[in-house]
Write a protein that binds this ligand. Structure first.
Ligand code: SF4
Length: 457
């Protein structure tokens, strides 16, 4: 009963967050940067921030995460970190030889007012960035936004590398948003199956779900290459998956490189995947192959076979906006009842979108952006649910309230598999259903009296 002090009575809180449903901006920036091949993320701040960001990613992905830091001490904290950053650029390119460094700020360097764009200009003028190598940067103060904001800002900086040559490359940019490496792999599998050539960025597959080969590689084989990022300016269009994670980068490519973009929901569940496949089909001028129709049919079959177990089950959700929007729609498709929904990322548009998706339900959904898990727990205490879906930290609520729980989202620190098994697309939706059904069935098996304890469901 770790959360036994959570009171049922909800009081107005405006200046206090308890058990936040988010983490800090640079973690998102670092995760995005790891999706560029040959990239060394760099944290412009103290060593402690960098260690925290790396360790959070390592604990989720179970992979080593390399990153450099400007190692602020008292001097840099007072007078600014330009000298540290310039020295770091020198050291990084001469010692580790990355193709590119992706620098993000932290609370400290933002408060001092360090300007990474100006520091980059100075580094270029002083010849500290070698010919053919690159530095991109993102402003990621953690006292605003969330890890999602940091991710989005770094992805927008990647889009800034795109060049327009005037000759189209016949490819479609896909900006997948903050999904698992396995999801990025799945998006590539589906686009290949449908016959559309793509540039996917960022792409952490092969980076944060790589093999143990016995050989250490500072820069794993995966990731979007700098050449691909440059070529993104010549693509025929961009599909941005998720308003919060990907839209800013897509709009940047649209306005700067005149690559038209379409912002879609992340392809979790049946309807969002249908829209993604339809957009791919339209933009690529191709037809949907039978193999993919087969996968869709299998998903529909599983939904209809198991519908009675989903029907009107109440669900509490916590996570990031793009994921939650698609997941809520999927649950409604299954005739489940999303009841309480919280994201730590700010943005009233999230609440509006959730209300729109759930408008036909026979009750008003509790939804909050910039909310916390304390509030979610209070909502559950007042109106219990049949299932919780969310990150690892939900386990405390699930245990205290004795509720079935599906781990999904970021971070997942106490289980394995999320890096290897996708939840996007039709196949991914089947996996989501398997996970949801698994915990609902386990609960039934535990609680049913012997006379209705079924061998076959
Ligand atoms: S000081 Fe800011 S950037 Fe550093 S770990 Fe804390 S919240 Fe994140």
């Amino acid at each position: 009963m770790l959360l036994r002090h959570t009171p049922k009575e909800i009081t107005e809180r405006s200046a206090l967050m308890i058990n936040p449903a988010k983490t800090c901006q640079p973690i998102g920036a670092m995760y995005a940067a790891l999706g560029i091949h040959g990239c060394l993320p760099h944290s412009h701040g103290s060593q402690g921030c960098c260690a925290y960001h790396r360790s959070t990613l390592t604990r989720h992905y179970k992979e080593p995460v390399s990153a450099a830091t400007s190692s602020f001490t008292e001097g840099a904290s007072v007078f600014g970190g330009q000298a540290n950053m310039l020295q770091a650029i020198d050291n990084i390119f001469s010692v580790y030889e990355p193709e590119i460094i992706a620098v993000h700020t932290t609370c400290l360097s933002e408060t001092i007012g360090d300007d990474l764009k100006q520091i980059r200009k100075k580094a270029l003028a002083e010849g500290k960035i070698p010919e053919g190598k690159y530095m991109i940067s993102a402003s990621t103060p953690s006292y605003v936004g969330s890890h999602v904001t940091g991710f989005s800002t770094m992805v927008k900086s990647m889009a800034g590398l795109a060049e327009t040559t005037g000759k189209k490359n016949g490819k479609v940019n896909i900006i997948p948003g903050w999904v698992e490496p396995a999801d990025m792999e799945e998006i590539k599998r589906v686009t290949k199956m449908i016959g559309v050539k793509t540039i996917l960025f960022p792409d952490t597959s092969g980076v944060l779900n790589g093999p143990l080969s016995g050989e250490y590689k500072m820069f794993p084989d995966g990731g979007t290459t700098v050449a691909e990022l440059k070529s993104a300016g010549d693509s025929v269009g961009t599909l941005a998956l998720g308003e919060w994670c990907s839209a800013d980068a897509a709009r940047e490519l649209d306005s700067k490189n005149k690559v038209p973009c379409k912002v879609l929901d992340m392809p979790f569940g049946l309807k969002a995947t249908d829209r993604f496949i339809d957009a791919l089909r339209t933009i690529g001028g191709v037809t949907v192959p039978d193999e993919l129709s087969m996968e869709r049919g299998q998903l529909v079959d599983m939904i209809s076979d198991m519908h009675q177990y989903f029907y009107h089950k109440k669900v509490a959700l916590v996570g990031d906006p793009d994921q939650l929007i698609a997941m809520t729609e999927f649950l409604v498709t299954l005739d489940m009842w999303p009841t309480h929904i919280v994201t730590g990322t700010p943005g009233k548009a999230f609440e509006r979108r959730i209300r729109e998706i759930t408008k036909d339900l026979p009750y008003t959904v509790n939804v909050k952006a910039a909310g916390d898990m304390f509030l979610l727990h209070q909502w559950i205490k007042n109106d219990s649910v049949d299932l919780i879906i969310g990150n690892t930290y939900c386990k405390y609520i699930a245990r205290d309230e004795d509720l079935p729980f599906v781990r999904w989202g970021f971070p997942i620190l106490d289980r394995q598999g999320h890096q290897y098994f996708p939840t996007v697309g039709y196949k991914g939706a089947i996996r989501l259903l398997e996970k949801i059904l698994g915990v609902l069935m386990d609960r039934k098996d535990r609680d049913e009296p012997e006379q209705s304890f079924e061998l076959v469901m």
